[in-house]
Design a protein around this ligand. Sequence first.
Ligand code: 13P
Length: 254
Amino acid sequence: MSNRPYIVGNWKMNGTRAMLSEARTIDRAAQRYMKVEVAVAPPFTLIHAVHKEAEQIGVGAQDCHPGEDGAHTGDISATMVSDAGAKFVILGHSERRQNHGEDSAMVLAKLHAALNAGINAIICCGEPEDVRVAGDAEKYVLDQLRASLPEKLDDAGERLTVAYEPIWAIGTGRVATVEDIEAMHGAIYAFLKARFGEEAAQGIRILYGGSVKPENAREILAVPHVGGALVGGASLSADSFMNIALAAGEIEEQ
Ligand code: 13P
């Protein structure tokens, strides 16, 4: 099991080949931060090119289809992203759940496809603002995870990562409080332990996502049960992204 902090950049629908130099810079910097596991998930079109640049960082996809192959125009299978060089896939991001109507059953089907194709998965969860205001965030997130994750794992949990991303914090500059992050990550850990057992739960890193920046990374990454960060906007610049990785490495050294 790797318990290094895991800092993952989700480039979303950003990046053309002009971004490859940024990927190269991230990779070279990551070679100096060996205490931190750094990865990026570029758009499908750049996976292979980033993979060829990457000596140190992991490269992943932002989605995959639940099927193996067939008549699915415009879709990409887990085997295809693996073939392009992806070692993991982000699944169930709130932007997929919202923009593409993906429910947790679909996320679970995609997770099976990813594991069968031999790649790892980051399963996202997170509540909208009205649910948080109503005091139901924990129930909402655990319900999502209950339906998005399998009943059993075949390994000790190292192929799975969970990302908690409150929807109202994504791209808004607003961040959950340290107390709320601690409570939610503690609840997610307790759920994982109850479902998969303690050893597996300890192998599953729980990332926080939502407006993580170099300025707030240190505080967030120091919260118990926060195993890293899933970074959107700030991952598009090597400088800000690697400053987040640096913050993770400094916490690790304490
Ligand atoms: P931002 O870091 O831009 O808020 O995005 C977070 C996110 O959605 C990462 O998956």
